[in-house]
Design a protein. Structure first.
Ligand SMILES: Cc1cc2nc3c(=O)[nH]c(=O)nc-3n(C[C@H](O)[C@H](O)[C@H](O)COP(=O)(O)OP(=O)(O)OC[C@H]3O[C@@H](n4cnc5c(N)ncnc54)[C@H](O)[C@@H]3O)c2cc1C
Length: 377
Protein backbone atom coordinates (compact mmCIF):
# COMPACT_ATOMS: atom_id res chain seq x y z
CA UNK A 1 0.00 0.00 0.00
CA UNK A 2 1.14 3.54 -0.65
CA UNK A 3 0.72 6.17 2.06
CA UNK A 4 0.73 9.91 1.42
CA UNK A 5 1.65 12.05 4.42
CA UNK A 6 0.87 15.77 4.56
CA UNK A 7 3.55 17.68 6.49
CA UNK A 8 7.11 16.90 7.57
CA UNK A 9 6.94 18.17 11.14
CA UNK A 10 7.64 15.86 14.07
CA UNK A 11 4.29 14.10 13.52
CA UNK A 12 4.58 13.65 9.75
CA UNK A 13 8.18 12.44 9.84
CA UNK A 14 7.40 10.03 12.69
CA UNK A 15 4.39 8.75 10.73
CA UNK A 16 6.65 8.29 7.70
CA UNK A 17 9.09 6.20 9.73
CA UNK A 18 6.30 4.16 11.36
CA UNK A 19 4.49 3.44 8.11
CA UNK A 20 7.68 2.42 6.33
CA UNK A 21 8.33 -0.02 9.15
CA UNK A 22 4.96 -1.64 8.43
CA UNK A 23 6.02 -2.14 4.81
CA UNK A 24 4.20 0.81 3.26
CA UNK A 25 5.60 2.87 0.46
CA UNK A 26 5.54 6.40 1.90
CA UNK A 27 5.68 9.83 0.32
CA UNK A 28 5.77 12.90 2.59
CA UNK A 29 4.66 16.27 1.17
CA UNK A 30 6.03 19.32 2.97
CA UNK A 31 4.97 22.84 2.11
CA UNK A 32 8.29 24.49 3.07
CA UNK A 33 11.22 24.39 0.69
CA UNK A 34 13.47 23.12 3.45
CA UNK A 35 12.98 21.39 6.76
CA UNK A 36 12.92 24.33 9.09
CA UNK A 37 15.11 23.97 12.12
CA UNK A 38 13.37 25.99 14.77
CA UNK A 39 15.67 27.19 17.51
CA UNK A 40 13.77 26.02 20.54
CA UNK A 41 13.66 23.22 23.08
CA UNK A 42 11.23 20.44 23.82
CA UNK A 43 10.69 18.37 26.92
CA UNK A 44 10.07 14.78 25.94
CA UNK A 45 8.30 12.75 28.60
CA UNK A 46 8.61 8.94 28.94
CA UNK A 47 5.65 8.33 26.61
CA UNK A 48 7.47 10.27 23.86
CA UNK A 49 10.83 8.59 24.58
CA UNK A 50 9.17 5.17 24.40
CA UNK A 51 7.54 6.09 21.09
CA UNK A 52 10.93 7.14 19.68
CA UNK A 53 12.40 3.83 20.84
CA UNK A 54 9.57 1.96 19.12
CA UNK A 55 10.37 3.88 15.92
CA UNK A 56 14.06 3.06 16.32
CA UNK A 57 15.01 6.75 16.33
CA UNK A 58 17.91 7.76 18.59
CA UNK A 59 18.16 11.39 19.73
CA UNK A 60 20.79 13.66 21.24
CA UNK A 61 19.12 14.54 24.50
CA UNK A 62 19.87 15.55 28.05
CA UNK A 63 18.33 13.58 30.90
CA UNK A 64 16.15 15.72 33.13
CA UNK A 65 17.20 15.46 36.77
CA UNK A 66 14.69 17.88 38.22
CA UNK A 67 12.14 20.58 37.50
CA UNK A 68 11.28 23.21 40.12
CA UNK A 69 8.08 25.20 40.10
CA UNK A 70 8.55 28.63 41.69
CA UNK A 71 6.70 31.91 42.07
CA UNK A 72 7.79 34.88 40.00
CA UNK A 73 9.55 36.20 43.11
CA UNK A 74 11.50 32.94 43.46
CA UNK A 75 9.59 31.16 46.25
CA UNK A 76 9.74 27.40 45.83
CA UNK A 77 6.26 25.95 45.20
CA UNK A 78 6.96 22.34 44.27
CA UNK A 79 9.39 19.93 42.63
CA UNK A 80 8.12 17.73 39.83
CA UNK A 81 8.68 14.07 40.83
CA UNK A 82 10.88 13.38 37.79
CA UNK A 83 12.82 10.40 39.19
CA UNK A 84 9.63 8.72 40.37
CA UNK A 85 7.89 9.35 37.06
CA UNK A 86 10.85 7.98 35.11
CA UNK A 87 10.83 4.86 37.26
CA UNK A 88 7.08 4.34 37.02
CA UNK A 89 7.02 4.81 33.27
CA UNK A 90 10.23 2.97 32.48
CA UNK A 91 12.06 5.78 30.76
CA UNK A 92 13.87 9.07 31.33
CA UNK A 93 12.36 12.48 30.87
CA UNK A 94 14.66 14.39 28.47
CA UNK A 95 15.26 17.87 27.09
CA UNK A 96 15.98 18.03 23.36
CA UNK A 97 16.65 20.71 20.86
CA UNK A 98 13.65 20.73 18.52
CA UNK A 99 15.94 20.86 15.49
CA UNK A 100 17.83 17.76 16.75
CA UNK A 101 14.61 15.78 17.10
CA UNK A 102 13.42 16.88 13.68
CA UNK A 103 16.81 16.01 12.15
CA UNK A 104 16.89 12.58 13.81
CA UNK A 105 13.43 11.78 12.42
CA UNK A 106 14.35 13.15 8.98
CA UNK A 107 17.59 11.10 8.92
CA UNK A 108 15.67 8.00 9.88
CA UNK A 109 13.11 8.58 7.11
CA UNK A 110 15.75 9.60 4.54
CA UNK A 111 15.49 11.94 1.55
CA UNK A 112 13.83 9.32 -0.60
CA UNK A 113 10.10 9.96 -0.54
CA UNK A 114 10.38 13.44 1.01
CA UNK A 115 8.95 16.12 -1.28
CA UNK A 116 9.73 19.68 -0.22
CA UNK A 117 7.96 22.76 -1.57
CA UNK A 118 4.85 20.59 -1.91
CA UNK A 119 1.86 22.54 -0.59
CA UNK A 120 -1.24 20.33 -0.43
CA UNK A 121 -4.39 22.19 -1.42
CA UNK A 122 -7.04 19.45 -1.36
CA UNK A 123 -7.64 15.74 -1.57
CA UNK A 124 -10.10 13.59 -3.39
CA UNK A 125 -11.09 10.31 -1.87
CA UNK A 126 -12.93 7.73 -3.92
CA UNK A 127 -13.43 4.08 -3.16
CA UNK A 128 -10.30 2.99 -5.01
CA UNK A 129 -7.67 5.56 -3.98
CA UNK A 130 -6.99 9.00 -2.54
CA UNK A 131 -5.50 11.78 -4.66
CA UNK A 132 -3.94 15.03 -3.47
CA UNK A 133 -3.58 18.20 -5.48
CA UNK A 134 -0.59 20.43 -4.81
CA UNK A 135 -0.52 24.17 -5.17
CA UNK A 136 1.25 23.94 -8.53
CA UNK A 137 -1.48 21.62 -9.81
CA UNK A 138 0.55 18.41 -9.50
CA UNK A 139 -1.45 15.31 -8.54
CA UNK A 140 -0.28 12.39 -6.42
CA UNK A 141 -2.25 9.28 -5.55
CA UNK A 142 -2.06 6.68 -2.82
CA UNK A 143 -4.07 4.20 -0.79
CA UNK A 144 -4.26 6.39 2.29
CA UNK A 145 -3.58 9.96 3.33
CA UNK A 146 -2.31 11.03 6.77
CA UNK A 147 -2.96 14.69 7.52
CA UNK A 148 -0.02 15.67 9.72
CA UNK A 149 -0.07 19.25 8.51
CA UNK A 150 -0.29 20.95 11.87
CA UNK A 151 -2.50 23.49 13.60
CA UNK A 152 -4.11 24.91 10.46
CA UNK A 153 -4.27 21.62 8.60
CA UNK A 154 -5.69 21.78 5.08
CA UNK A 155 -6.51 18.08 5.30
CA UNK A 156 -8.51 18.62 8.49
CA UNK A 157 -10.33 21.60 7.00
CA UNK A 158 -11.61 19.41 4.20
CA UNK A 159 -12.13 16.29 6.30
CA UNK A 160 -13.87 17.80 9.34
CA UNK A 161 -14.67 21.34 8.24
CA UNK A 162 -14.60 22.57 11.83
CA UNK A 163 -13.12 26.00 11.20
CA UNK A 164 -10.20 27.80 12.76
CA UNK A 165 -8.40 26.78 15.95
CA UNK A 166 -9.30 28.49 19.22
CA UNK A 167 -7.09 31.35 20.43
CA UNK A 168 -6.31 30.74 24.10
CA UNK A 169 -5.69 34.36 25.06
CA UNK A 170 -1.94 34.05 25.58
CA UNK A 171 1.25 34.47 23.60
CA UNK A 172 4.48 32.54 23.99
CA UNK A 173 7.97 33.88 23.30
CA UNK A 174 10.88 31.49 22.98
CA UNK A 175 14.65 31.77 22.77
CA UNK A 176 17.93 29.91 23.24
CA UNK A 177 21.34 31.14 24.39
CA UNK A 178 24.71 29.85 25.57
CA UNK A 179 24.58 28.61 29.17
CA UNK A 180 27.80 30.31 30.29
CA UNK A 181 27.30 32.55 33.29
CA UNK A 182 23.64 31.61 33.78
CA UNK A 183 22.70 30.29 37.22
CA UNK A 184 20.96 27.11 36.13
CA UNK A 185 22.17 23.57 36.70
CA UNK A 186 22.57 21.15 33.76
CA UNK A 187 19.68 18.71 33.70
CA UNK A 188 17.49 21.03 35.71
CA UNK A 189 14.57 23.16 34.61
CA UNK A 190 12.68 25.91 36.41
CA UNK A 191 9.14 27.13 35.77
CA UNK A 192 8.23 30.45 37.41
CA UNK A 193 4.55 31.38 37.80
CA UNK A 194 3.35 34.98 37.82
CA UNK A 195 -0.03 36.71 37.75
CA UNK A 196 -1.31 35.87 34.27
CA UNK A 197 2.13 34.86 33.03
CA UNK A 198 4.89 32.27 33.37
CA UNK A 199 8.51 31.78 32.42
CA UNK A 200 10.48 28.58 32.10
CA UNK A 201 14.08 27.74 31.37
CA UNK A 202 15.99 24.51 30.96
CA UNK A 203 19.31 23.16 29.82
CA UNK A 204 19.70 21.60 26.38
CA UNK A 205 22.31 18.99 25.40
CA UNK A 206 24.94 21.34 23.94
CA UNK A 207 25.56 23.76 26.82
CA UNK A 208 22.68 25.92 25.66
CA UNK A 209 19.63 27.08 27.54
CA UNK A 210 16.11 27.21 26.20
CA UNK A 211 13.57 29.57 27.72
CA UNK A 212 9.94 30.44 27.08
CA UNK A 213 7.78 33.26 28.46
CA UNK A 214 3.99 33.30 28.36
CA UNK A 215 1.82 36.39 28.85
CA UNK A 216 -1.81 37.31 28.20
CA UNK A 217 -1.95 39.32 24.97
CA UNK A 218 -4.50 40.13 22.27
CA UNK A 219 -4.47 37.85 19.24
CA UNK A 220 -2.07 38.75 16.44
CA UNK A 221 -0.30 41.53 18.37
CA UNK A 222 2.88 42.62 16.59
CA UNK A 223 6.21 43.45 18.26
CA UNK A 224 6.57 46.97 19.67
CA UNK A 225 9.14 49.45 18.26
CA UNK A 226 11.93 47.90 20.38
CA UNK A 227 11.21 44.39 19.06
CA UNK A 228 10.32 41.17 20.89
CA UNK A 229 13.26 41.46 23.27
CA UNK A 230 12.26 44.88 24.54
CA UNK A 231 8.61 43.78 24.89
CA UNK A 232 9.72 40.82 26.97
CA UNK A 233 12.15 42.77 29.10
CA UNK A 234 9.32 45.15 30.02
CA UNK A 235 6.98 42.30 30.94
CA UNK A 236 9.50 40.32 33.00
CA UNK A 237 11.80 43.05 34.37
CA UNK A 238 10.70 42.63 38.00
CA UNK A 239 10.93 38.84 38.00
CA UNK A 240 13.50 36.96 40.03
CA UNK A 241 16.89 36.28 38.44
CA UNK A 242 17.87 34.66 36.13
CA UNK A 243 14.67 35.56 34.23
CA UNK A 244 15.62 39.14 33.20
CA UNK A 245 19.24 38.06 32.52
CA UNK A 246 18.12 35.23 30.27
CA UNK A 247 16.11 37.62 28.14
CA UNK A 248 18.82 40.28 28.16
CA UNK A 249 21.51 37.80 27.06
CA UNK A 250 19.47 36.42 24.13
CA UNK A 251 19.95 37.60 20.58
CA UNK A 252 16.72 39.52 19.99
CA UNK A 253 16.60 38.55 16.31
CA UNK A 254 16.29 34.90 17.24
CA UNK A 255 13.36 35.32 19.64
CA UNK A 256 10.22 33.55 18.39
CA UNK A 257 6.71 34.69 19.19
CA UNK A 258 3.50 32.69 18.72
CA UNK A 259 -0.07 33.06 19.87
CA UNK A 260 -1.34 29.96 21.67
CA UNK A 261 -4.16 27.85 20.22
CA UNK A 262 -5.91 24.56 20.63
CA UNK A 263 -9.14 23.04 19.35
CA UNK A 264 -12.10 21.55 21.15
CA UNK A 265 -11.69 17.76 21.07
CA UNK A 266 -13.59 15.89 18.32
CA UNK A 267 -14.83 12.30 18.20
CA UNK A 268 -13.44 11.36 14.84
CA UNK A 269 -10.14 11.87 13.01
CA UNK A 270 -10.71 9.58 10.04
CA UNK A 271 -13.06 9.12 7.11
CA UNK A 272 -12.62 6.88 4.08
CA UNK A 273 -8.94 6.74 3.17
CA UNK A 274 -7.93 9.79 5.20
CA UNK A 275 -6.89 10.25 8.82
CA UNK A 276 -5.28 12.94 10.98
CA UNK A 277 -2.25 12.89 13.28
CA UNK A 278 -0.39 15.23 15.65
CA UNK A 279 -1.44 18.87 15.86
CA UNK A 280 -3.75 18.40 12.85
CA UNK A 281 -5.77 15.97 14.98
CA UNK A 282 -5.43 17.39 18.50
CA UNK A 283 -3.61 20.73 18.79
CA UNK A 284 -3.01 21.61 22.41
CA UNK A 285 -1.52 24.43 24.45
CA UNK A 286 2.14 23.77 25.33
CA UNK A 287 1.40 23.71 29.08
CA UNK A 288 1.57 19.94 29.51
CA UNK A 289 4.67 19.71 27.25
CA UNK A 290 2.92 16.90 25.41
CA UNK A 291 2.10 17.98 21.82
CA UNK A 292 5.15 16.35 20.25
CA UNK A 293 4.96 13.35 22.59
CA UNK A 294 1.34 12.76 21.57
CA UNK A 295 2.24 13.10 17.88
CA UNK A 296 4.95 10.45 18.34
CA UNK A 297 2.47 8.17 20.10
CA UNK A 298 0.02 8.70 17.23
CA UNK A 299 2.64 7.63 14.70
CA UNK A 300 3.48 4.42 16.54
CA UNK A 301 -0.20 3.59 17.08
CA UNK A 302 -1.09 4.27 13.44
CA UNK A 303 1.72 2.06 12.15
CA UNK A 304 0.78 -0.70 14.57
CA UNK A 305 -2.94 -0.45 13.73
CA UNK A 306 -2.21 -0.72 10.01
CA UNK A 307 -0.15 -3.81 10.68
CA UNK A 308 -2.79 -5.49 12.82
CA UNK A 309 -6.10 -4.66 11.15
CA UNK A 310 -7.37 -6.61 8.15
CA UNK A 311 -8.28 -3.48 6.18
CA UNK A 312 -7.92 0.30 6.19
CA UNK A 313 -11.28 0.99 7.85
CA UNK A 314 -10.38 -1.44 10.64
CA UNK A 315 -6.93 0.13 11.02
CA UNK A 316 -8.32 3.67 11.35
CA UNK A 317 -10.90 2.43 13.84
CA UNK A 318 -8.21 0.76 15.93
CA UNK A 319 -5.98 3.84 15.67
CA UNK A 320 -8.77 6.08 16.95
CA UNK A 321 -9.68 3.63 19.69
CA UNK A 322 -6.12 3.67 20.94
CA UNK A 323 -5.45 7.36 20.59
CA UNK A 324 -8.50 9.60 20.42
CA UNK A 325 -9.76 9.63 24.00
CA UNK A 326 -6.29 9.75 25.42
CA UNK A 327 -5.10 12.63 23.24
CA UNK A 328 -8.33 14.53 23.90
CA UNK A 329 -7.76 14.16 27.64
CA UNK A 330 -4.29 15.64 27.30
CA UNK A 331 -5.72 18.57 25.28
CA UNK A 332 -8.16 19.22 28.16
CA UNK A 333 -5.40 18.99 30.79
CA UNK A 334 -3.18 21.35 28.82
CA UNK A 335 -6.01 23.83 28.51
CA UNK A 336 -6.59 23.66 32.26
CA UNK A 337 -2.89 24.35 32.76
CA UNK A 338 -3.11 27.34 30.46
CA UNK A 339 -6.16 28.72 32.33
CA UNK A 340 -4.38 28.38 35.64
CA UNK A 341 -1.38 30.37 34.33
CA UNK A 342 -3.78 33.09 33.14
CA UNK A 343 -5.01 33.91 36.65
CA UNK A 344 -4.16 37.60 36.95
CA UNK A 345 -5.72 38.52 40.25
CA UNK A 346 -2.79 38.41 42.73
CA UNK A 347 -5.00 37.01 45.50
CA UNK A 348 -6.27 34.15 43.33
CA UNK A 349 -2.79 33.57 41.91
CA UNK A 350 -1.53 33.41 45.51
CA UNK A 351 -4.19 30.79 46.31
CA UNK A 352 -3.18 28.82 43.21
CA UNK A 353 0.46 28.91 44.26
CA UNK A 354 -0.43 28.01 47.86
CA UNK A 355 -2.45 25.00 46.69
CA UNK A 356 0.48 23.96 44.51
CA UNK A 357 2.75 24.10 47.53
CA UNK A 358 0.37 21.94 49.56
CA UNK A 359 -0.33 19.43 46.79
CA UNK A 360 0.69 16.00 48.11
CA UNK A 361 3.41 14.42 46.01
CA UNK A 362 1.33 11.30 45.32
CA UNK A 363 -1.45 13.46 43.81
CA UNK A 364 1.08 15.08 41.49
CA UNK A 365 2.41 11.65 40.51
CA UNK A 366 -1.14 10.46 39.72
CA UNK A 367 -1.81 13.60 37.68
CA UNK A 368 1.32 13.00 35.61
CA UNK A 369 0.42 9.30 35.30
CA UNK A 370 -2.83 10.33 33.62
CA UNK A 371 -0.87 12.20 30.94
CA UNK A 372 1.84 9.62 30.50
CA UNK A 373 -0.15 6.39 30.60
CA UNK A 374 1.15 3.92 28.02
CA UNK A 375 -1.13 3.55 25.01
CA UNK A 376 -3.52 0.66 25.50
CA UNK A 377 -3.87 -2.09 22.94
C1 LIG B 1 6.03 27.03 22.44
C2 LIG B 1 5.77 25.58 22.32
C3 LIG B 1 6.40 24.70 23.19
C4 LIG B 1 6.16 23.33 23.08
N1 LIG B 1 6.78 22.50 23.95
C5 LIG B 1 6.56 21.16 23.85
C6 LIG B 1 7.23 20.26 24.70
O1 LIG B 1 8.03 20.64 25.58
N2 LIG B 1 6.99 18.93 24.54
C7 LIG B 1 6.13 18.45 23.59
O2 LIG B 1 5.94 17.23 23.49
N3 LIG B 1 5.48 19.30 22.77
C8 LIG B 1 5.67 20.62 22.87
N4 LIG B 1 5.05 21.48 22.01
C9 LIG B 1 4.11 20.96 21.00
C10 LIG B 1 4.80 20.45 19.75
O3 LIG B 1 5.73 21.39 19.27
C11 LIG B 1 3.77 20.18 18.65
O4 LIG B 1 2.65 19.51 19.19
C12 LIG B 1 4.38 19.30 17.59
O5 LIG B 1 5.52 19.92 17.04
C13 LIG B 1 3.35 19.04 16.48
O6 LIG B 1 3.96 18.41 15.40
P1 LIG B 1 3.15 18.22 14.05
O7 LIG B 1 4.08 17.52 13.15
O8 LIG B 1 1.84 17.59 14.34
O9 LIG B 1 2.82 19.67 13.53
P2 LIG B 1 3.82 20.80 12.98
O10 LIG B 1 5.08 20.80 13.73
O11 LIG B 1 3.03 22.05 12.92
O12 LIG B 1 4.16 20.31 11.50
C14 LIG B 1 3.25 20.45 10.45
C15 LIG B 1 4.04 20.48 9.15
O13 LIG B 1 3.11 20.50 8.05
C16 LIG B 1 3.52 21.45 7.09
N5 LIG B 1 2.31 21.87 6.37
C17 LIG B 1 1.32 22.68 6.80
N6 LIG B 1 0.37 22.81 5.85
C18 LIG B 1 0.78 22.06 4.80
C19 LIG B 1 0.22 21.80 3.52
N7 LIG B 1 -0.93 22.34 3.14
N8 LIG B 1 0.90 20.99 2.67
C20 LIG B 1 2.10 20.42 3.03
N9 LIG B 1 2.67 20.66 4.24
C21 LIG B 1 2.02 21.45 5.12
C22 LIG B 1 4.16 22.56 7.92
O14 LIG B 1 5.04 23.34 7.14
C23 LIG B 1 4.89 21.75 8.98
O15 LIG B 1 6.18 21.38 8.58
C24 LIG B 1 5.27 22.85 22.11
C25 LIG B 1 4.64 23.74 21.22
C26 LIG B 1 4.90 25.09 21.33
C27 LIG B 1 4.21 26.04 20.37
Amino acid sequence: MKALVAGAGIGGLAAGVALRKTGHEVEIFERSNELREIGAGLMIWPNGVRALEALGVGIKALKVEGVSIRSWRGARLMELPIAEISKRHGSDVVFVHRADLQAALADSFGRDGLRLGADIRRFQDDAAQVAITLRDGTLATGDLLVGADGLRSAVRRQLLGDGDPTFLGSTIWRGTLGAEGIALRPGHGVNWFGNGSEFLAFFLADERIYWAGVTKEPKGEKAGPGGHKQDLLERFEHWVEPVPSLIAATDGRAILRNDMYDRPPVRQWSAGRVTLLGDAAHPMSPNAGQGACQALEDAVALGDSLRRAPDLAGAFELYERRRLRRANRVVAMSRQGSRSVQIENPLLAGIRDGLGRLLPRWVLVRMLDATLAAPRD
